[in-house]
Ligand binder design. Structure first.
Ligand SMILES: [Zn+2]
Length: 440
């Protein structure tokens, strides 16, 4: 049962009797009290020391609370239902996806390099000015327009299929510098570029252009995130001192030298696993999907996956097995792996992909507590957000309240009772009714 109807709209609430997973990868509190004042957590303590007389008490007996999820990698505005296409891109659809994130317990989202006409920059700026404060939107961060190599005779650009015309095509290092300066003037949150020849079909960004992009980003105090596929491309990104790899290196596999470099340079490596996972359809039957998507969209996606099964919609199941093995190698070596659902394309439904990436991490061998830390504290730190990501005093009260314990089964993060953002319990029924193509 939802706690929404019992809550105080001001963001001053005392949540009691909760099982709390703090998000630090270790701490679990049973029967805890979370005190929230003006949307900020001002107390986390065992029940015995709670003030019974506190006003606006809300019991969370039987619930498990984790921090709201923070997703630093996806592409909003392109998916409508379960289809991804540039013709769906609009401010309305960008806003719709930010609504979907909140509905599914994702407080914060970073879009990586596929903005169109500055729409994401505008939405972000409106949000920062408080103009969208009356809406339940995830906090948006954006790279604005990403950079790829200009196409060469017989070769396309290395841009993602849905955004080939939305990225800047780099002609030479000077051109790259000029464009990054333009991005800096728009105050993008990160600079995104692609180094990938798409299996030989696309022109690959030169090491000199990659260097120019990263240098210019750093000149402006911005991090640079490189899309890479192979170990060679990862080395090019590392040579250029990129801060983030948007995928783990695959085929050829990372050798020890590359693994050592990833650790030494303290690069953040995005997991980006479930975007490549085999085309299984069991998750399409989960009740959560039917709350926000028309049945026809779910059946479209099922048909696409069944036509492809058992291979993934992207790449092969053999590559996925090696990706899982790489995950373990990189994690055990101490590489800074970060949660990355790559939301908004293929089967990566906004709001659902985040929960599926958690499952993919656990399937790859990561304990549930650590997977939750990846998707909360670690991803918040990557975005430089000290105000969220754990359930601790001084943090925003961004909470995902669950009807079942995700330490028993990570898929229980989908059994959402309530979402709390800045201490306010979201009216999820109202939010679902507002969504585009709402089934409500
Ligand atoms: Zn991506």
């Amino acid at each position: 049962m939802s706690i929404h109807q019992h809550s105080d709209p001001t963001g001053n609430t005392t949540f009691t009797e909760a099982r709390v997973i703090v998000g630090d990868g270790t701490t679990v509190l049973d029967d805890a009290v979370i005190t929230v004042t003006d949307g900020i957590i001002t107390g986390v303590s065992p029940s015995s020391s709670a003030q019974d007389a506190a006003e606006n008490r809300v019991s969370l007996r039987g619930k498990t609370v984790i921090p709201a999820l923070v997703n630093p990698h996806g592409h909003i505005g392109y998916m409508r239902g379960a289809a991804c296409d540039a013709r769906f891109y609009s401010r309305e659809n960008v806003i719709d996806h930010l609504h979907r994130f909140v509905y599914h317990g994702v407080s914060t989202f970073q879009s990586l390099g596929t903005d169109r006409d500055g729409i994401e920059i505008n939405v972000r700026d409106d949000q920062r000015r408080g103009e969208l404060a009356d809406q339940d939107l995830a906090t948006l961060f954006t790279a604005g327009t990403g950079l790829v190599a200009a196409p060469a005779p017989g070769l396309t650009t290395g841009a993602p299929f849905f955004a080939t015309d939305a990225v800047h095509q780099v002609t030479d290092p000077d051109d790259a510098r000029v464009f990054v300066r333009r991005l800096a003037a728009q105050r993008v949150d990160v600079v995104k570029f692609w180094i990938d020849d798409r299996g030989g079909a696309a022109a690959k960004l030169s090491p000199q252009a990659a260097q120019a992009i990263v240098d210019e980003a750093h000149e402006h105090g911005l991090k640079a995130a490189a899309h890479i596929y192979t170990a060679d491309d990862a080395n090019t990104a590392l040579d250029a001192s990129a801060d983030i790899l948007a995928h783990m290196p695959r085929s050829p596999e990372p050798d020890q030298k590359l693994v050592d470099r990833l650790v030494e340079q303290d690069v953040a490596v995005f997991t980006s696993m479930c975007v490549q996972s085999p085309a299984r359809t069991g998750w399409l039957d989960e009740p959560l999907l039917r709350e926000t998507l028309p049945g026809s969209a779910i059946e479209d996606l099922r048909a696409r996956m069944e036509a492809q099964a058992p291979e993934p919609l992207f790449d092969t199941s053999e590559t996925y097995r090696r990706l899982q093995a790489n995950f373990t190698i990189l994690h055990q070596a101490g590489v800074r792996l970060v949660f990355s659902p790559d939301t908004g394309l293929l089967a990566q439904l906004p709001g659902i992909a985040e929960h599926r990436e958690l499952e993919a991490l656990v399937e790859a061998g990561l304990p549930e507590l650590d997977a939750i830390e990846f998707a909360t504290r670690r991803s918040s730190r990557l975005l430089g957000l000290a105000d969220r990501g754990t359930i601790e005093i001084g943090k925003r009260a961004d909470l995902l309240v669950l009807d079942a314990d995700p330490l028993r089964d990570i898929r229980n993060t989908r059994r959402i009772s309530d979402v709390v953002i800045r201490g306010r319990v979201i009216d999820r029924a109202r939010l679902a009714a507002q969504l585009l193509d709402s089934p409500c």
